[in-house]
Design a protein around this ligand. Structure first.
Ligand SMILES: NC(=O)c1ccc[n+]([C@@H]2O[C@H](COP(=O)([O-])OP(=O)(O)OC[C@H]3O[C@@H](n4cnc5c(N)ncnc54)[C@H](OP(=O)(O)O)[C@@H]3O)[C@@H](O)[C@H]2O)c1
Length: 371
């Protein structure tokens, strides 16, 4: 445990250097009481960032998964426990951790997985940190959005009998299971689009890749629609901070405050990747009428800030910032994501999973100009 004297000592020793550092770097100077952290998952996209951040902060990490995706990923630094959330949690029994971070419950079975895991871990952990999603909100029309907006239920958004719970419903009910099993000891983080290096979905990556290519770039809307995403590294930093501070409650995982207009996002990416292109803003309704839907495969990350999605990327993140969320500049995320993408095999780069193909982009631009 860290004493008050240790804390003051660390703080004073850091003071000289601190004045030269950015607020985000100041966090690295926070003294930390080492925690025993169990991560359910840990070897996909987000989990490894949690693991690395926890190790960097001096915590002891155990991961629990089936050992299929990436066995031995962290070598001897991390304890690996093998089991299956669909049935076999026995290896977790009789152990003790300060906090469990649940990354891996995202399928229709999420409520059951959380119920079972929390049932086993209830008396073995102090804190259950559940990674949920912005998709739990039933009403995204509010401006600003906060965690108090209603979430999906089978009553407010019925699901046809016999069909599996959709993603948003599954996460919303999984949150309820955690809260019921460990009242007062649950932390819920609801991230928006999680982006950055190693994101295999390309939902953000398309933009730095496209902007770096230059030429005549189609950009959606009029530039005023907001974007609020989260860099995977900021999300991991936030989750580990919530564990260190034992902060309970519900938080959104998006940034920056209030979102930022698509035009500002494009400008930052342009500067960060050394863009040389020109930009043509194409009306969102025109794009929709031509088969390119907001948040669809061809228009990743873009959402229209009106009607049912007016608040989609306009969250007030005052409580999250107070709890320790830091948001790095979009340019940094873009530069690092592009650098990572360029390390991938040429065939993978050529097969980018989202955005317009060059032909489709040219065709839409020509049609827009000829209208
Ligand atoms: N990506 C986004 O934009 C976004 C946005 C909002 C929220 N989220 C949420 O963020 C979370 C992060 O997902 P991630 O995939 O990156 O997490 P992750 O923890 O890095 O990877 C998923 C882990 O689950 C394990 N796993 C899969 N099936 C399992 C089973 N039956 N039993 C035990 N372990 C199992 C996998 O290992 P094995 O295969 O070896 O078992 C892997 O370690 C998810 O909860 C997602 O809903 C994502």
């Amino acid at each position: 445990m860290l004493t008050r004297r240790d804390f003051l000592g660390t703080s004073l020793a850091s003071l000289g250097a601190a004045s030269l550092l950015a607020p985000r770097d100041l966090l690295a100077l926070r003294p930390v009481a080492p925690r025993k952290i169990l991560i359910l998952g840990g070897t996909g996209f987000v989990g490894p960032y949690d693991v690395r951040r926890a190790l960097e902060r001096g915590h002891q990490v155990t991961i629990f998964n089936r050992g299929r995706s990436a066995p031995g990923m962290f070598g001897k630094d991390v304890e690996e426990l093998a089991g299956d959330r669909a049935g076999d949690l026995s290896i977790l029994k009789g152990r003790r951790w300060d906090v469990v971070i649940d990354e891996s419950a995202s399928l229709a079975s999420a409520p059951e997985w959380v119920k079972n895991a929390a049932g086993v871990l209830r008396d073995q952990v102090d804190q259950y940190l559940f990674i949920s999603t912005r998709s739990v909100y039933q009403d995204l029309s509010r401006v600003p959005m906060t965690k108090d907006a209603p979430v999906l239920t089978l009553e407010n958004s019925p699901v046809a009998a016999g069909t599996p719970l959709p993603y948003g419903h599954a996460k919303a009910y999984a949150e309820k299971e955690a809260l019921a099993a460990m009242p007062g000891r649950v932390t819920i983080v609801r991230p928006g689009l999680i982006v950055g290096p190693e994101d295999d979905t390309d939902r953000f990556t398309y933009w730095p890749v496209r902007i770096a290519r230059g030429g005549d770039v189609l950009v959606p809307g009029d530039g005023s629609d907001h974007v609020q995403v989260i860099d995977v590294r900021d999300l991991a930093n936030f989750c580990i901070r919530l564990a260190e501070d034992r902060t309970y409650g519900i938080f959104n995982g998006v940034g920056p405050q209030g979102g930022q207009p698509f035009r500002a996002v494009v400008e930052q990416i342009h500067r960060a990747v050394g863009g040389t292109g020109t930009y043509t803003w194409v009306d969102a309704d025109f794009l929709r009428a031509n088969g390119a839907n907001p948040y669809g495969r061809e228009l990743p990350m873009f959402q229209v800030m009106r009607g049912r999605t007016a608040g989609f990327a306009r969250f007030d993140i005052t409580p999250e910032l107070a709890a320790g969320l830091t948001v790095r500049p979009m340019g940094e995320t873009a530069r690092d994501t592009l650098a990572w993408f360029r390390t991938l095999p040429a065939e993978r780069q050529a097969a980018i999973k989202t955005g317009f193909t060059p032909e489709r982009e040219r065709e839409l631009l020509a049609k827009w100009r000829a209208r």
